[in-house]
Unconditional design. Sequence first.
Length: 459
Amino acid sequence: MDLTQLKADLDGIEMDDRPSVLKAKSRDFYWYSPILKRQLDGFTADLVVSPRDEAEVIRVLAACYRHKVPVTVRGGGTGNYGQAMPLNGGVVLHMQHLTGISDLGDDHVTVRSGTIIEHIERHLRDNGREIRLFPSTTATATIGGFIAGGSSGVGAIRWGGLRNPANIRRVRLVTMEETPRVLDLTGHDIHKAAHAYGVNGVMTEIELPVDPAGDWVDVMVTTPDFISANLLAIELGESLLLRMLSTFAPPVPELFFQRYRPHAGTGKGVIALMVARHDLPTLEARVAAWPGADISYRADRADPADRLPALFEMAWNHTTLRAIRIDPSLTYLQMMFPRESMADTIAALDARFGDELMLHCEYTRFNGVVSPVAMPIVRFTTEERLEDLVRILETDFPITVFNPHRVTLEEGGMKRTDISQLEFKRQTDPLGLMNPGKMIAWTHPDWTPDSGKNFLFTE
Ligand SMILES: Cc1cc2nc3c(=O)[nH]c(=O)nc-3n(C[C@H](O)[C@H](O)[C@H](O)COP(=O)(O)OP(=O)(O)OC[C@H]3O[C@@H](n4cnc5c(N)ncnc54)[C@H](O)[C@@H]3O)c2cc1C
């Protein structure tokens, strides 16, 4: 890497190579995983570059191509799997200045990719609109990082996750070539770049669908146990207009949710939801008819002094964050089981693992069907036990694990090579300089999944 020449070529563009900045901007929330923490702690970029606009992004990519310097894009750095960590050093391309809304129509918004998601939602609400999906990190995550690294979030119970083609309209992408091209991806092509960890280009602009702003009310419901919380959640998910639907097994809320704890009861299942105000009477009726269920908190009835922070800040991966803050030895998993066998699966997991696995589910819509995704808190003992746990869950239960203790696209979720993303990378990043190490197929096209073995590039 000829960094001296690279810096000369980038004259006029904001750059930083102070060691403290290099270290800070080379990290994300990889430390959620004790395995990734051990593996990735030492990886650091050589230079942080913060372009002001798309023209500067093009200049940076052309110069990095010329000098064969790897580039890893960084949004808010809230990703969980070391997605934004530069495994081969080089440049971290910080999108902090590519912000702002360029167009707002009745049914769409166009934003620069470094825009913080909460800022988009605020602007939309001021104009009577709302975004469809956002991660619970909305206050710090960027829209580009969400689309390149995230998968789902608040809104999924209504709209499904980011893979639902209706949830992203257009992605504008700069390629990593001698003369970078600017591509506008629409329709099916969007998924060549979405959830690809930025391995096949830099997103500069995103167009999203928007909808009339809803009037959402945060509500907590307690139930006698976790299975009944999930059965009631499915009934509510199918009968009410919701923006979020989450369930928590005891003792998760009691142990980890300090502010929310008084509304969680003891030994109870808990449902947290965002419900349309006009559906509150139906919610009341459904909960009243459910044996042992109670509404324990309603934001619309809470005294302003007692009003809780937004309930989505106890859901999605904020559940894990709250648990780790109380006990840093804890970690987590992400998994899916069929809705039909949900009650049996929960009972079997409880019998087999006890509080080694403390369950929490987020509800989404798969092909229109209200379906659970589980993100259990795990009591970590050793890396071997954690690997074993994943193996047992996948072999002895009807469970698919999206392993959050892996840094590669294939091992983390897909369990296979996404051929369209690989083909696209061949066209957009022929030298393999974009976020190297995150796509196994780039260097090892014959790789097949093998739970227990771990793939880490360091070349
Ligand atoms: C407490 C907590 C809660 C979370 N909750 C959720 C949740 O509800 N749903 C969810 O899906 N995720 C969740 N996450 C994961 C993460 O916050 C989200 O995926 C978030 O949207 C990532 O955005 P970011 O700007 O921080 O991206 P970063 O972490 O900066 O980047 C993520 C990936 O995208 C790439 N990238 C970033 N910007 C671009 C770009 N412009 N062009 C190309 N590639 C780019 C990066 O290289 C990296 O591979 C959570 C994480 C934490 C720590």
